[in-house]
Design a binder for this molecule. Structure first.
Ligand SMILES: NC(=O)c1ccc[n+]([C@@H]2O[C@H](COP(=O)([O-])OP(=O)(O)OC[C@H]3O[C@@H](n4cnc5c(N)ncnc54)[C@H](O)[C@@H]3O)[C@@H](O)[C@H]2O)c1
Length: 249
């Protein structure tokens, strides 16, 4: 169900918004009257998305591991839209599926840099703009892997567990402001990120979901958009399961 004016006068920043879950959130916010700034490293996907969405969206090609670039993107977004009302951190990678003791050091560092440092960078750059208006919504896309620890995905699982911890800390730091901070912990959803995983790992993830199917990006966007909306006013530092029954705590 679409709420036509839920995001009227709302500007959302979406890292990784050029594809997958982030793109689905961008589409829904646009459909409900909002504006979006897509921060993504994929210039080609950004161009395609902006061409389709039109003048209520801007795209900025950045790598979220580069703090100076993220800071500049926040300034450019604020200048264009006059406010940043929500931040959805969806930029992420899986890294290879390997045991921890055989994991290449460079891949470990890259996964942590994108999935954890990228969230910190976006948070650090955006929160001062939210504090200026004493309002805002931050939604981090963690993973069920961060709660349970998937075998052959320790860098990914560790990065997502860290995002859950960051969310809880930041939520408490900002609890007396009008800014809420929450994260979601999805089980698997078929997007381009599957291309980074082995078929065996994808089968493993499906086997762990009691509903026996993958989630959809629309189902994810539904929960994320509630957390990013003004309606989410008494919930902060929260971790939201969306896993077809996989999460048991
Ligand atoms: N799809 C799933 O099964 C699933 C499950 C749980 C959590 N997640 C998380 O959801 C988020 C989105 O995943 P998705 O399935 O939409 O993946 P996706 O690959 O479809 O989209 C990820 C987007 O992030 C961008 N990106 C990657 N690294 C970047 C960087 N360094 N700087 C800027 N942009 C970068 C990519 O260009 C891409 O547009 C990720 O954080 C992922 O870990 C996904």
């Amino acid at each position: 169900m679409v709420f036509p004016s839920r995001f009227e006068h709302h500007c959302a920043v979406i890292t990784g918004g050029a594809a997958g879950i982030g793109l689905s959130v961008a589409n829904r916010i646009i459909a409900e009257g909002g504006k979006v700034a897509i921060w993504d490293r994929n210039q080609r996907e950004i161009d395609a998305t902006i061409a389709r969405i039109g003048d209520r969206a801007i795209g900025i090609a950045i790598d979220v591991t580069d703090y100076r670039a993220v800071e500049a993107a926040a300034a450019a977004t604020h200048e264009k839209f006059g406010a940043i009302d929500s931040l959805v951190t969806s930029a992420g990678i899986t890294g290879p599926n390997m045991t921890t003791w055989t994991y290449p050091v460079e891949d470990w560092h890259r996964v942590i840099a994108v999935n954890l440092h990228g969230v910190f960078h976006a948070t650090k750059a955006v929160v001062p703009y939210m504090l200026a208006t004493n309002s805002g919504r931050i939604v981090n896309i963690a993973s069920i892997a961060g709660k349970e620890g998937n075998p052959n995905a320790s860098a990914y699982s560790a990065s997502k567990a860290a995002v859950i911890g960051l969310t809880k800390s930041l939520g408490k730091e900002l609890a007396k402001t009008g800014i809420t901070v929450n994260c979601v912990t999805p089980a698997a959803v078929r997007t381009a990120i599957f291309d980074q995983m082995t078929p065996e790992h994808i089968d493993f993830m499906l086997s762990k979901i009691p509903m026996g199917r993958f989630g959809t990006v629309e189902e994810l966007a539904s929960l994320i958009c509630w957390l990013a909306s003004p309606e989410c006013s008494f919930t902060t530092g929260g971790v939201f399961d969306i896993s077809g029954g996989r999460a048991t705590y």
